[in-house]
Design a protein around this ligand. Structure first.
Ligand code: GLA
Length: 355
């Protein structure tokens, strides 16, 4: 078990960016940047015992700042989309950054994802990242202090714990936007992975990817992942929801009790033998199949082609601030936001069933 810190580059204003590497006793490692509290690499073992990097990402600060589609980034203060880029708190109306088609607020305009975070090593297997968002940034009320603690233990589970508190009443919805490829970055698409999601319901969206505000049953739809399904078998089905989003890019309502760490999803790649189990305390998970990736060159110059990575972004549902019937992510001034998400890795033979 060890934590190492190495220089990664410089911000445009000259501040230093570091990479922290946590390595466990099985030689699995996670590489995390102080830029965006970003997961840069995750090295797992395949069925032949070879190292595989299962995360998409970039090799330089410049590439992250110029080319990123949120690869591995921490997202906040409010992840996913907010319709009309606005919300109300009491009688007050807040206009937010409208960074998608000038209409929608997506991932809060990237504030947390492209900020420089502080980091401290808190254990032989854990690093804590911190960032304070100024009041009014991106239109969001409150000075909000955030902590994200990453740890990697010998059970090969990457745990991410989030905490945040604001000095004003506000909405908080944090996630990580890692794109995984369990065949290894650069080894093709994720269409041959099987996906299982522990959800009876999902939140259908309009053409702008904003939920209608209702939870629909997955039964009889391409969104039924209650049993493992090969992603490629359904992603191009002629279905209005899939046509709106160009493939899976939807929020699923994770079954079980919100606030409890419970199974969320399980993804498996037969070629590498790697299985990933996701657990979360949060109400939902966005399964995004990397439909907008378009060949941008990432680590070692390897292109990130369409659908060469998938995201399982644990979260409150998209547009929650405008959807009173969704589980709420409203926090009073001084009230603490807390959540936990775990990504656990196994190689063929290991088991950890999400059902
Ligand atoms: C999210 C969204 C996608 C896409 C990516 C960023 O996960 O759901 O539609 O915008 O971020 O490219």
């Amino acid at each position: 078990m060890s934590v190492e810190r190495i220089p990664f580059g410089l911000m445009p204003d000259g501040r230093k960016v570091y990479k922290y590497i946590i390595t466990n006793n099985n030689e699995y490692s996670v590489h995390i940047l102080t830029l965006g509290a970003t997961l840069n690499s995750f090295i797992a073992k395949d069925k032949n015992g070879e190292n595989l990097d299962v995360l998409l990402g970039f090799d330089s600060v410049e590439d992250y700042l110029e080319l990123s589609d949120y690869q591995g980034a921490t997202v906040g203060p409010v992840a996913n989309r907010i319709g009309g880029a606005s919300f109300d708190i009491g009688a007050k109306h807040y206009e937010l950054v409208a960074n998608e088609k000038d209409v929608t607020c997506l991932h809060s305009g990237g504030e947390f994802s492209f900020a420089l975070w502080n980091a401290v090593v808190v254990d032989s297997d854990a690093v804590e990242f911190g960032y304070t968002s100024p009041d009014g940034q991106g239109g969001f009320p409150g000075e909000t202090s955030v902590k994200v603690i990453f740890s990697l233990k010998d059970d090969n589970k990457l745990t991410i714990k989030y905490e945040a508190v604001s000095d004003r009443d506000t909405f908080i919805n944090l996630t990580n936007h890692a794109y995984f490829n369990l065949k290894g970055y650069g080894n093709g698409t994720i269409l041959d992975h099987t996906m299982q999601i522990n959800a009876e319901k999902y939140t259908p969206v309009d053409e702008m990817s904003i939920p209608y505000g209702r939870n629909d049953s997955v039964e009889g739809t391409p969104f039924d992942f209650r049993k493992p399904v090969m992603i490629g078998d359904r992603i191009d089905d002629d279905n209005e929801q899939l046509n709106f989003t160009g493939g899976f890019d939807h929020n699923f309502c994770v079954s079980g009790e919100i606030g409890e760490l419970r199974p969320c999803a399980e993804t498996f790649c037969a070629e590498s033998g790697i299985k990933m189990n996701v657990y979360t305390t949060l109400p939902g998970v966005q399964f995004y199949a990397g439909n907008f990736l378009n060949g941008t060159a990432g680590k070692k110059g390897v292109p990130m082609e369409k659908r060469s990575g998938f995201c399982l972004e644990t979260q409150y549902y998209p547009d929650t601030p405008n959807k009173p019937d969704f589980p709420q992510c409203f926090f009073k001034a001084g009230e603490k936001y807390e959540s936990e998400t775990v990504y656990g890795f196994h190689t063929a033979g290991g088991s950890d069933n999400a059902q």
